[in-house]
Write a protein that binds this ligand. Sequence first.
Ligand code: ADP
Length: 339
Amino acid sequence: MSASTLVGSIPQEDLVDSPVISVRDLVHRYDDRAALNGVSFDVRPAELFGLLGPNGSGKTTLFRILSTLMVPVAGQAIILGHDAAKEPSQLRREIGVVFQAQSVDLKLTASENLQHQGHLYGLHGSALRARIKEILERVRLADRARDRAETFSGGMQRRLELAKGLLHGPRVLLLDEPTTGLDPGARRDLWQYLSILRDEEHVTVLVTTHLMEEAERCDRLAILNQGKLVALGTPTELKREIGGDVIVLEAKDPEALAMRIRARFGADVRVVGNQVRIEKDQAHRFVTNVVEAFPGEIDAVSIAKPSLEDVFIKRTGHRFWTEGARTSERTDNPRARKH
Ligand code: ADP
């Protein structure tokens, strides 16, 4: 984090004059297990803001607090001037929420789903019918209005969820991992739609994700790890803080190799998992020197431009995914397998 003045846990320059969402020193615990540990950030008007973190980092907890489903142990979450803990009913009228769990009734048509949603917000009659028509056109489901949701693809069902969240015309939309279970095409589609919402309707969008490629598409990001904010900024700003390229070396004994590279080249070398990682300008020349200096000791070499995972590693000292988490993500979660 920059060396500028800190207010709570955010640097002064990241405070916004009139933020749409303002999170201050949010703390939450489940019994004695800490889920959020003093998280602060602001979201600007018409910003596509991402909350990125590995499983267990506190995204869902924060999302539940913002969407008024849960009251934090300490701190404040204010959206459009309403305190989520103190004025939940006023706030609910002004925000749209798309939860991870399906809320669409599959036995009802797209139109019927939206009628029920409209009634919850006090919309009726011709105004509601006109609004349903408009929103179905916007999410490209107008031609399927009379079809049951069970006949829709995963991407179409998600777009119907989105239509439900947007029906009452909220200025803020909160989405919890909205692309879970979608194929890459439907995922791209949804993100494109979120950008259109921001650009054309000036909706402020906050979205949680554990996917780096989705986080890259956000205007700004808050990165969470174990209930703490570890980074805040645009994807470009965050990656720029890493000097040069990122070199990853694989070796049988990474600790020993790291020590020898440090001694020989004086480079900033760290071991993360079973890899040796070095941030360096003119990486190609450096790698050639290292490989020549330690013949036979290096099994694999890669050089890449800094990624958000590199930012996460730099801030936390460990990888975004532990190997176990990646494996269970791939094999235990049938929705994740479709990624
Ligand atoms: P994420 O959405 O990033 O996976 P969560 O907010 O679900 O993170 O979880 C943050 C932490 O709180 C984790 O350690 C998780 O195990 C714990 N946690 C979440 N929900 C509960 C709950 N209902 N009861 C107890 N612990 C919970």
